[in-house]
Design a protein around this ligand. Structure first.
Ligand SMILES: Cc1cc2nc3c(=O)[nH]c(=O)nc-3n(C[C@H](O)[C@H](O)[C@H](O)COP(=O)(O)OP(=O)(O)OC[C@H]3O[C@@H](n4cnc5c(N)ncnc54)[C@H](O)[C@@H]3O)c2cc1C
Length: 290
């Protein structure tokens, strides 16, 4: 907002069509008013059921998950669970008749009653959903970000972080292009070149975690449980996991933009394409700042 943008809440994108130079959009306002407009650039950050993807016929590639998973954002009470930990209860269960049907709250409560800790009660469902798909790519004037671009199983716990990094990566590049700064094709093409491998790795990692979690073979389950117990006692491994989940180790060193640069390394801030380190500097009053 301070930079001049306007956020319009309660406005729904109902359709869009990509042309050579622009994108035609139809919007429905909260009062029912329909607006037809166009934009040079559109960022589809509209989640897993992205209207932008549907409108452009962009399909998810690599649907590697044959099974669907029930998801819910709910409050859990009645069992003493540490609020700062991830809790997992592994169990086999029967497949549902229609894997993609949104679960009911009663269905989730039933699963927790059967497989969760004793006396656990669910309440206050914010949303209920299923997960089954994987990833997609945008078009020349449409960029996808967040869950619209890549969905992975919640086992990875990184969807939000990945989406925020997408937005940060694309945001400054689009701003440069709109201000007429930089080389437009290099900047815009680098979004996909830099972010797609990151999304790919995270999806693969989440899929591996999910498959380990759902392992059928008894030996694989023993190994899984032993690894989880080990993780509980190895602070170094936990620290590594935290870095991976927060994605602060993502680098674009081999990306097309870094290749254009003349200086690969800045003495105080690390290599180009890596996370900038905190630096200390002296302001005009001579005071040291972090
Ligand atoms: C159980 C669970 C646990 C998770 N845990 C973690 C975690 O620990 N860490 C983590 O990083 N991630 C986690 N995630 C993933 C994370 O929640 C998602 O990746 C993230 O919310 C995706 O953000 P998004 O903005 O891309 O999409 P969304 O959050 O889905 O937002 C999309 C927005 O677009 C709007 N929209 C949709 N269609 C239209 C339209 N036609 N017109 C206008 N607006 C529209 C929607 O109203 C919504 O506001 C978890 C996910 C689940 C399911």
């Amino acid at each position: 907002m301070q930079m001049g943008g306007v956020i319009e809440c309660g406005v729904e994108l109902t359709s869009l069509a990509e042309d050579v130079d622009a994108v035609a959009l139809t919007l429905r306002h909260a009062d029912g008013r329909i607006e037809h407009t166009s934009a040079t650039w559109v960022v589809g950050a509209d989640g897993a059921k992205s209207v932008v993807c549907h409108a452009l016929g962009i399909a998810f590639e690599d649907d590697t998950e044959p099974d669907a998973y029930l998801l819910g954002d709910v409050r859990i009470e009645g069992a003493s669970l540490d609020a700062h930990s991830i809790h997992i209860w592994w169990h086999d269960d029967d497949a549902r008749a229609d894997a993609d049907d949104v679960p009911t709250f009663a269905e989730l409560q039933d699963k927790i009653a059967q497989h969760g800790p004793p006396n656990a009660r669910l309440s206050d469902p914010e949303w209920l959903s299923t997960f089954s798909h994987q990833r997609a790519a945008g078009g020349p004037h449409v960029f996808l970000a967040g869950d619209a671009a890549h969905i992975h199983s919640p086992a990875g716990g990184q969807g939000m972080n990945t989406g925020i990094q997408d937005a940060a990566n694309l945001g400054w590049k689009l701003a440069y292009v709109l201000q007429g700064r930089g080389h437009r094709p290099s900047l815009l093409d680098s979004y996909e070149a830099e972010r797609r491998p990151v999304a790919r790795d995270i999806i693969d990692h989440a899929a591996r975690l999910l498959h380990v979690g759902m392992a059928q073979h008894p030996f694989a389950r023993l190994a899984r449980d032993a690894a989880m117990r080990m993780l509980d006692h190895l602070p170094a491994l936990q620290a590594r996991l935290r870095t991976e989940m927060s994605e602060t180790d993502v680098v674009y060193r081999d990306g097309p933009l870094v290749a254009l640069g003349e200086v690969g390394r800045h003495a105080s801030r690390g290599s180009a394409g890596t996370r900038a380190l905190d630096i200390r500097w002296i302001d005009r009053s001579g005071e040291e700042q972090l």
